[in-house]
Write a protein that binds this ligand. Structure first.
Ligand code: PEP
Ligand code: CO
Length: 468
């Protein structure tokens, strides 16, 4: 139960009170009757997740915030309706499972897996419209809103897509749950997560050694106890997406029997994007009223004073697991931008979860207008983040990544040292460049290496890093 003050502050809140505030990044629907109809339909459809799952995730996030775990949040920049297919969904789980295996083994602590999936269908854009050859049309805002093809029909924001997004999210989550229930994540069978194209990866040997060593430990323990270890055949996955299109989120907001307050039952862990984190904006108004654990993206322009007010508004009770701050500063800005925020939050006595998104502050455009990110820059931001937290006496408890299990060439560098000429070969993202399978796995290995280095440099003492 929230405090008396927090309950009082929510007396004027309802799932639609965000409408009284300026709402950034919203599609302009030309047919409001059609929008109403879609919302009515959505509000009646069964939800995607349960309040019990949401509360359990909140508890686990509280554990991570207290230093007893690490958060791995990742997935596509934007899901697409076309990619709602069995192999794509399964491969996405495979890469997250492999990365979490590397992290669990290296950090010696539980890893909480949260996918950017089953609802990551809406994107903030830097401009409302796009002009090509003299023709101006609305920007593509994700499959939940409109189509990517550059023609008027496709770019028209279509409310029917809101219902389709819900259906695709349900199909995705249903398949994820079926795979997990069927033993797909069983630690006895890490070969289930093998990806066909990586046989000759430069990282293959290191990963195999790790899998073999885990297999040996499991066999040893099972011989010792004379029985199969239980619990190894299950792994929880939680879902998250940027809760951007507020009519969609409103329709997913429900009350449930025997629980106080409102839940967004469209995802476990929604986040507020950097462009919609205005204290007086509609998104903050919406988020303050839901009981889910929530996250906020924090960019280089954020001032300490502003962040403290935001945190007070979104988490007035300093509730364990409620709030995660995902900083995404860019390797060139984090050194200046992050420390004052860490100090301010530390001084406020709050124990929230800090997570680093080393992707979104490091996007650049290379020749030919292609958007990319350099592996080395991503790595640098992440390493700086660990160091800055250690200096401040705070703890970096997670990473937030854009990745795919496909053999894409969207980010430069990494084990195969992809170059600008490689980008054209397999660039598939419609929005931001993602780490491919190898780059993602390499980053997980780097986190472990960094952890070990820092631990031995400090003589095994607590450095604020994810320690065993
Ligand atoms: C994203 O996570 O895809 C995104 C748009 O991030 P940000 O809000 O941090 O720019
Ligand atoms: Co993105």
């Amino acid at each position: 139960m929230p405090s008396v003050q927090a309950v009082a502050a929510l007396e004027d809140w309802a799932p639609d009170t965000w409408r009284r505030f300026p709402a950034a990044q919203q599609p302009r629907y030309d047919d409001t009757a059609q929008l109403e109809q879609a919302m009515t339909q959505l509000a009646q459809l069964p939800p995607l997740v349960s309040s019990a799952e949401i509360l359990s995730l909140k508890q686990q996030l509280a554990e991570v915030a207290a230093g007893r775990g690490f958060l791995l949040q990742g997935g596509d920049c934007a899901e697409s309706f076309d990619d709602c297919r069995a192999p794509v969904v399964a491969d996405r789980l495979k890469i997250l499972l492999q990365m979490s295996l590397v992290l669990v083994h290296g950090l010696q602590m539980p890893v909480l897996r949260v996918g950017r999936f089953a609802g990551q269908y809406a994107k903030p854009r830097s401009t409302d419209s796009e002009t090509r050859d003299g023709l101006t049309l609305p920007s593509y805002r994700g499959d939940m809103v409109n189509g990517d093809a550059f023609d008027a029909a496709s770019r028209r924001p279509d409310p029917a897509r809101l219902v389709q997004a819900h259906a695709r999210s349900a199909m995705t989550l249903n398949f994820v749950r079926a795979l997990i229930d069927g033993g797909f994540a069983d630690l006895h069978h890490p070969e289930y997560w093998d990806l066909a194209w990586v046989r000759h990866s430069p990282l293959e040997a290191e990963y195999r050694r790790l899998v073999d060593s885990i297999g040996e430990s499991i066999r040893f323990m099972e011989t010792l106890v004379g029985d199969a270890l239980t619990g190894l055949n299950r792994a929880n996955f939680y879902t998250s997406h940027e809760a951007l299109v507020l009519p969609y989120e409103q329709a997913a907001t429900r009350q449930v029997p025997r629980q106080w307050g409102w839940f967004n039952l469209g995802t476990h862990f929604p986040w507020i994007g950097m462009r919609t984190a205005d204290l007086d904006g509609a998104h903050v108004e919406y988020f303050r009223g839901i009981r889910n654990p929530i996250a906020v993206k924090v960019g280089p322009a954020m001032q300490a004073e502003q962040l403290l007010r935001l945190v007070d508004r979104l988490d007035p009770d300093n509730e364990p697991g409620r709030l995660t701050l995902i900083h995404r500063m860019g390797a060139g800005h984090i050194g200046q931008g992050l420390p004052p925020l860490l100090q301010a939050i530390k001084r406020s006595g709050r124990q929230l979860l800090w997570c680093c998104d080393p992707m979104h502050g490091n996007t650049e455009t290379v020749a030919g207008g292609i958007k990319t990110r350099r592996f080395d820059t991503i790595r640098r931001e992440l390493e700086l983040a660990f160091d800055l937290h250690a200096d401040a006496g705070t703890r970096l408890g997670g990473v937030h990544l854009e990745l795919t299990a496909d053999n894409v060439t969207e980010c430069l560098g990494g084990a195969r040292d992809l170059s600008e000429t490689d980008l054209a070969r397999a660039y598939r993202s419609r929005v931001d460049p993602r780490l491919n399978y190898e780059q993602a796995l390499e980053l997980a290995m780097l986190i472990v290496r960094k952890h070990r280095q820092d631990k031995s440099a400090s003589g095994g003492k607590d450095t604020g890093l994810p320690l065993a």
